[in-house]
Design a protein around this ligand. Structure first.
Ligand SMILES: Nc1ncnc2c1ncn2[C@@H]1O[C@H](COP(=O)(O)OP(=O)(O)O)[C@@H](O)[C@H]1O
Ligand SMILES: [Mg+2]
Length: 372
């Protein structure tokens, strides 16, 4: 799939923008603070209904304005789909094919994107929260059911935490009620765990050969799901439920003492191993970069396998960060099949045939002009 046109109104530093794109590599060129990332972010937000760099939607609205609009047309194999997202201080409204969507979880997934920005190097180095957010966003864009379930999970987690807090300060002592909340919690948790397990297994299948290629056959990558409740040896629903039940029975008193839920998908993590060693702890910066890059490239293939179309690739300020070999590997992989946006302050550092054939756009203080 590819995005044919993008129309912004009062989005970040864009008062009004209309720009058309082709299904190839599009280079967004400009000095710092001109609005390159803002364009990439707008495409991401149109797809995911969420920014990759802020959780505060108000940041997206141009200063002193009441709402921001992002519109785009996405071309797929058999359709051309108009999408619209209006962000106001009160919330977001999404339209697909001119029809207002009741739930954002149903809207997300109409357009698929993979973003690779410098922050993504944190996927390996950063906190578990970064990796959980990664899994949630990525499964979410191919599975509306997962998006819905993880919303429900957050709700029941909050309820359970609130109840435990009340028990901690002795405003509540109803153990039966706690058991009911625990059962509901486990019901949702198990769905999340199973889907994450399956996603990471698929991701690893794609990422392993890619990583091998980038490392010239020297490195073998393994991605391991590390759920906070040990379910690794069984993908059997009733067994997972049983291990959750056992765990929560054991930690009941400790949870009441602490006033919070101590286990569950909100505490999960992902581990990356290169040649059997944990990359987070033992990997060189180069290995951490290769791992992040392999995971992103794997995601492109995974989305293609799941939905039958390639996603749109957004490379914000990363191409010039990669050495020549990794750069060529990346560009060779996407060549001719993935619509790609690349931002850079300078085209000199990027030397590849793909870029010679690319369209170039120049960004100057919230305005985009096509150069070729
Ligand atoms: N909500 C907003 N309203 C108006 N301008 C904004 C808003 N958010 C960010 N900006 C401006 O956008 C510019 C940064 O754009 P960005 O896309 O990050 O630049 P770069 O080209 O370096 O990637 C800055 O000048 C910043 O002040
Ligand atoms: Mg930027």
């Amino acid at each position: 799939m590819y995005i044919e046109s993008l129309n912004l109104k009062d989005y970040r530093n864009y008062q009004e923008l209309f720009v058309e794109f082709e299904n190839k590599v599009n280079v967004i060129l400009g000095e710092n603070a001109q609005g390159k990332t803002n364009v990439m972010e707008a495409i991401y937000v149109l797809a995911m209904a969420k920014s990759h760099r802020t959780s505060n939607d108000k940041d997206l609205i141009r200063w002193d304005q009441d709402y921001a609009t992002i519109e785009g047309r996405v071309k797929k194999q058999h359709s051309s789909l108009p999408l619209q997202l209006v962000i106001s201080k009160k919330g977001k409204k999404a339209k697909c094919n001119h029809i207002e969507q009741q739930k954002l979880s149903q809207y997300v997934g109409n357009m698929n994107v993979v973003m690779f920005a410098p922050e993504d190097l944190n996927l390996v180095k950063g906190s578990p929260q970064v990796r959980r957010r990664f899994i949630d966003m990525e499964i979410g864009q191919v599975s509306p059911v997962y998006l819905h379930d993880s919303g429900q999970y957050q709700k029941i987690l909050q309820q359970r935490n609130h109840f435990l807090k009340m028990m901690q300060i002795k405003k509540q002592s109803d153990l039966t009620m706690l058991d009911i909340l625990t059962e509901q919690f486990i019901g949702m948790a198990v769905k999340i765990v199973l889907r994450r397990f399956e996603f990471l297994r698929l991701l690893q299948n794609w990422a392993k050969p890619i990583h091998q290629g980038i490392s010239r056959g020297l490195e073998s990558l393994e991605i391991q799901y590390k759920p906070s409740v040990d379910v690794l040896d069984s993908l059997d629903l009733s067994k997972i439920v049983a291990s959750f039940q056992e765990k929560f029975e054991k930690v009941k008193n400790r949870e009441i003492e602490r006033g919070t839920t101590l286990f569950g998908p909100h505490r999960d993590d992902i581990l990356f191993f290169v040649n059997g060693r944990d990359v987070q702890t033992f990997g060189s910066q180069g290995q951490q970069r290769t791992t992040a890059l392999s995971v992103k490239l794997a995601e492109i293939e995974l989305i293609h396998a799941e939905i039958g179309e390639y996603p749109i690739l957004l490379l914000d300020d990363v191409l010039s960060e990669l050495d020549d070999y990794r750069q060529s590997h990346l560009l060779n992989t996407i060549q001719g099949k993935v619509q790609t946006f690349v931002t850079t302050t300078n085209v000199d550092g990027i030397d590849h045939q793909t870029l010679k054939e690319a369209s170039t756009f120049e960004v100057v203080s919230g305005d985009v002009k096509k150069l070729n």
